[in-house]
Each structure stands twice: as structure tokens, then as C-alpha cells.
Design a protein around this ligand. Structure first.
Ligand SMILES: NC(=O)C1=CN([C@@H]2O[C@H](COP(=O)(O)OP(=O)(O)OC[C@H]3O[C@@H](n4cnc5c(N)ncnc54)[C@H](O)[C@@H]3O)[C@@H](O)[C@H]2O)C=CC1
Ligand SMILES: O=C(CO)COP(=O)(O)O
Length: 334
């Protein structure tokens, strides 16, 4: 086995899109891919496709080992990419120890907060697995798995305090159609991604209620300012440029794209679906639903006003009528 060994933990759309990026990138490597369900692993082994997500993507089994044991994948890899929804990460890593993560570069492709622990993934890795901040990398930027599957030109931002590590990870995912950007702003990229999901959910709710593009534009304009205020409050950095692709870019793609899980989920809520029925209707996870509850605690902790996040929380968790809450929100937007 030549080159670096790269592990992927996750078997949904984004993990499958990353498998495509890795398989199409021409650097020497071997991939270890954790698949949650035994039957899916057998299917991929036989047919070289994920049966459930992005089934058009073909898996190069000459450089990919499929495994249903996450510990094996972590232990065998030099670089481990975490790619489950945040709510399932602890479950996916059951049995994996701090020792297993020792000296690895650990990459989070997750855009969510671990519910109950209320930790973004970087914090979770430091606290639960003693992963040093220099070895934690996050992947952000506007990039839908479905467009990666279609070979559409996309840009990813790799955030790491150690830019050499960010560059190393990026070098395995880049290609003619995947451009990479490096950044040291792990915290900003992580929180930006968490918040944009909540804002896209708000946009979906408004669309479902019948608000038009004029209002959506005002909502998104307020959302990026709310994001900047929040992240600056968390780390005290007021110089961050949120108009770049990892922040504004990701907010725009999630707020407007037909592929967005969060917008689709919000749209159903705006149309009157209950949270449960909207979740059942989608075979995918809208991270913004979980993040909405978690971010309330952060807002209190950092004493920062987040009117859009508050509105989403009142609709999803306090069962307030969406039309009344969005009407009240609309009075606060500028
Ligand atoms: N889909 C996309 O285009 C992008 C997704 N992301 C992020 O990637 C992360 C993964 O999301 P997706 O791949 O989109 O997920 P998805 O919504 O496509 O798939 C759901 C995933 O959850 C897993 N799952 C369902 N029930 C589970 C359980 N009980 N225990 C463990 N796992 C379970 C499924 O196996 C599947 O991997 C999220 O944080 C998302 O925000 C980031 C960028 C793009
Ligand atoms: O983060 C994403 C694209 O950058 C995916 O999230 P959505 O599917 O909600 O847009």
C-alpha cells in the first residue's frame, strides 16, 4: 500500500461525495471507508456504488477498503475525515479511543454541533479525544454533494491552525473541478457553517409561508450580519471577512439551492408540516434543526442577540405559529 492512508467516517451524501473526490484525485493514497450498515457495505463491495446516497458515484475498490468497524478505519489511517451528521458522530465513534487518534490529522467535514454536549466538532475532538488543535482541520465552503457528483466546479475551504496540514489535506481532495482555499480560522468556519444552516432553515420557512425573493434577500442580508456579530463575540476577532466563500458563500448556497437540506426542511415547516413529519419525509439530515437548540445556549453564554436564530427556535422547539413569529421577525430586520 503506497502513499497516505485516509479514513472516512460516514456513509451519507457528503461522505460519498468525498469518496469521489479522493478517488478522482491522482495522489498516491489508500482509502479506508467506514460504512454503518453491513448490508450497505456488502452492496458497495459488490457493485462499487453506495445504494442509498449518490448512487451514481463509482467507488474505486482498488484503492478503497470498506469496513463496518470505525476503530479499524481510524487506526489504519494517517488522516481521518469525520463525515456523519453531528448528532450521530458519538455513535459512529463508539469504541474508538484517544489512543486511536494519537498523531493523526483529524478533519471535520461536519457542519453541526453535537447535541447535549453543545460542542462544535473541533472542541469535541479536543475535549473527548485529546486531539491537539494543530492536528484538527475543518472543511467549509459552499459545496453540495449532489453537485460534486455531477462534476460541477466547486470550492472548499480547509481551516487549520497549521496551514501545512490544511494544505496536505486539501491536496488529497483537489482536482480540476474541486478548488481549495486555506484558512487558519477553524472556529469561524465551524460556527459560520452551523449558523448558515439555521438561516437557510429560516429562509425555507419564509418560502413555505409564501414570502417572496424580495424578503428572502433582506433575510439573508440580516443573517450574514447576525453571523458576523456572533462569531466576533465568541472569539473577539472583529476583523474576520465574512463575505468570503466559507461564510457568505455557504450561506447563499444553502439558502437558495434546490439541493439544500435545511431550506427544504424549513420549507416544509412553513407549509405546516410538523418537525417529525418533515424529518420523516427527508432521508437526509437538516443540521440546522439540532443547531437551533444548541445555539440558544451559546447566545446566552456570550450575551449576543440573534433574532433570526431565536425565531427559528420558537417555531421548531416552542411550537409557536411560524406566520406569527416571522411577522414579528420582519419588524426587526433592516
Ligand atoms: N450533503 C452535503 O452536500 C453536505 C453535507 N455536509 C455536512 O456533512 C455532514 C453529513 O451530512 P450528509 O452526508 O449530508 O448526511 P445525509 O443527510 O446525506 O445522510 C444521513 C447520514 O446519517 C446517517 N445516519 C442516519 N441514522 C443514523 C444513526 N442512527 N446513526 C448513525 N448514522 C446515522 C446515515 O447513514 C447517513 O450517513 C453534515 O454535518 C452536513 O452538514 C457538509 C457539506 C455538504
Ligand atoms: O453545507 C452544505 C452545502 O455547503 C449542505 O447543507 P444543506 O444541504 O442544508 O445546504
Amino acid at each position: 500500500m503506497q502513499g497516505k492512508k485516509i479514513g472516512i467516517i460516514g456513509s451519507g451524501s457528503w461522505a460519498t461525495a468525498m469518496i469521489k473526490m479522493l478517488c478522482e484525485n491522482d495522489q498516491d493514497k489508500h482509502i479506508f471507508w467506514w460504512i454503518r450498515k453491513e448490508e450497505d457495505a456488502e452492496y458497495i463491495q459488490q457493485f462499487k456504488h453506495n445504494p442509498t446516497y449518490l448512487s451514481g458515484v463509482s467507488v474505486d475498490l482498488s484503492i478503497t477498503t470498506i469496513d463496518t468497524n470505525a476503530k479499524n478505519v481510524v487506526v489504519n489511517s494517517d488522516i481521518v475525515i469525520l463525515n456523519t451528521p453531528a448528532a450521530y458522530l458519538k455513535d459512529a465513534l463508539r469504541g474508538v479511543t484517544k489512543e486511536d487518534f494519537k498523531d493523526k490529522i483529524v478533519v471535520s467535514a461536519i457542519k453541526g454541533i453535537i447535541p447535549k454536549d453543545n460542542l462544535i466538532i473541533g472542541e469535541f475532538l479536543e475535549q473527548h479525544y485529546a486531539v491537539d488543535i494543530e492536528r484538527i482541520c475543518v472543511v467549509g465552503g459552499p459545496c453540495h454533494a449532489e453537485e460534486v457528483a455531477l462534476g460541477k466546479l466547486s470550492y472548499l475551504t480547509f481551516g487549520c491552525k497549521n496551514l501545512d496540514s490544511a494544505a496536505l489535506v486539501a491536496s488529497f481532495l483537489s482536482s480540476r473541478v474541486i478548488k481549495t482555499i486555506l484558512s487558519e480560522d477553524i472556529l469561524g468556519i465551524e460556527f459560520g457553517a452551523v449558523l448558515k444552516n439555521i438561516y437557510a432553515l429560516a429562509g425555507g420557512i419564509c418560502h413555505g409561508l409564501g414570502y417572496g425573493d424580495n424578503f428572502q434577500a433582506v433575510l439573508v442580508s440580516n443573517a450574514i450580519r447576525e453571523m458576523r456579530r456572533f462569531v466576533a463575540k465568541v472569539d473577539g476577532d472583529t476583523s474576520r471577512d465574512v463575505n468570503t466563500s466559507a461564510y457568505l458563500g455557504d450561506l447563499l448556497v444553502t439558502a437558495y439551492s434546490q439541493f439544500s437540506r435545511n431550506r427544504t426542511f424549513g420549507n416544509m415547516i412553513g407549509k405546516g408540516y410538523s418537525v417529525q413529519s418533515a424529518q420523516l419525509e427527508m432521508n437526509m439530515v437538516a443540521e440546522g434543526y439540532y443547531a437551533s437548540a444548541c445555539i440558544q445556549e451559546y447566545a446566552e453564554k456570550y450575551a449576543v442577540e440573534l433574532p433570526i436564530c431565536d425565531a427559528v427556535y420558537q417555531i421548531l422547539y416552542q411550537h409557536q405559529p411560524a406566520s406569527k413569529i416571522i411577522q414579528a421577525l420582519s419588524e426587526k430586520l433592516t
